[in-house]
Design a protein around this ligand. Sequence first.
Ligand SMILES: *Cc1c(COP(=O)(O)O)cnc(C)c1O
Length: 388
Amino acid sequence: MSALMQTYARLPVTFSHGEGVYLYDTQGRRYLDGISGIAVNGLGHAHPAVVAAIRSQADKLIHSSNLYRIEAQEALGSALTKVAGMDNCFFGNSGAEANEAAIKLARLYGHERGIKKPAIVVLEGAFHGRTLATLSATGNRKIQAGFEPLVSGFVRAPRNDIEALRQIAANNPDVVAFLAEPVQGESGVQMLDPEYLQAAREICSNEDWLMMLDEVQTGNGRTGTYFAYQGLDFIPDVVTTAKGLGNGVPIGACLARGAAAQVFGAGHHGSTFGGNPLACATGLAVLNTIEQDGLCANASAMGQLITDILREECADAKNVAAIRGKGLMLGVELRRDCGELVQRAMDAGFLINVAGGNTVRLLPPLVISEPEARELAIGVAELIRNFD
Ligand SMILES: *Cc1c(COP(=O)(O)O)cnc(C)c1O
């Protein structure tokens, strides 16, 4: 019997090390990493800037406490809010914790306005995490089943339906916020229309709702801008992020601006590990590298290249329903479930993922080069063509 709770149906492979976009298993086999530990290793594996930041911070101080000032946390907080156009931030250790902070912030914002049972609008197909509140915000009955009673205070809306949002605004005076992923990752790289997000922004402003974007997966350069909303024409009130921020060192952040940035005071929220020196020194090295090496632009260019190749190579593939995505967050939706493609891809030397049952999801490192992007796109297209 395994000593581990069987919460994952794991693939029978163990990686020993990595370099750049490649991972090596304990048998010495090499794989092109098309998933980056689920959008975590944006700088690939063993990136020298990340390794150096971890080494030098570990040499000095790994943890003190949020009872004291933390230099690395202040430095990362100022760099991250600057790149995001936000006023301040709170650090946790994961995406779920970043969203918990946002949910608590929205509720407190509501209570300050005299709303006793504040509600948050969330979308069908959303994924916000596995803690009770974030699971309740998630729009996937399968992963909620068995964990009732769920946390109340969420109102579900269909995605990309502006009229439905207007209806909720007209009928529900308890709503205090709107929470959504700009691109829904876990449910199969589902895009939110720019017009929908723009309309949501306007409704939030008119109704005094906080517009909160979950950029846990889309953030840190993944979609071709540092945050996905930066490719659009508005700014949210609250942004959460995590995955790509620490390149594997656990860290999450909830950023806020304007009135939302004034909600939390001393004692309202906390975390023992959140924002510790090691995580923040690493996050700062990641952010600086993304900026200095132009990795947002690379994500955009390589994402376009991979999309172009997939479209061309799969032009006659009748099993392909859609190819979509933004930057290096790409999905190829097939006409039937395709979970077995993950193992076939591994046999061919590629790490890919299937989301929403029928969508091949690609999230390669932002540092991917043109030859590597071609190798991935051509390899994956071949697997898909042969899957009929
Ligand atoms: C992964 C993810 C989360 C949860 O992050 P954890 O670090 O696993 O808690 C939340 N929201 C989105 C959009 C995600 O992709």
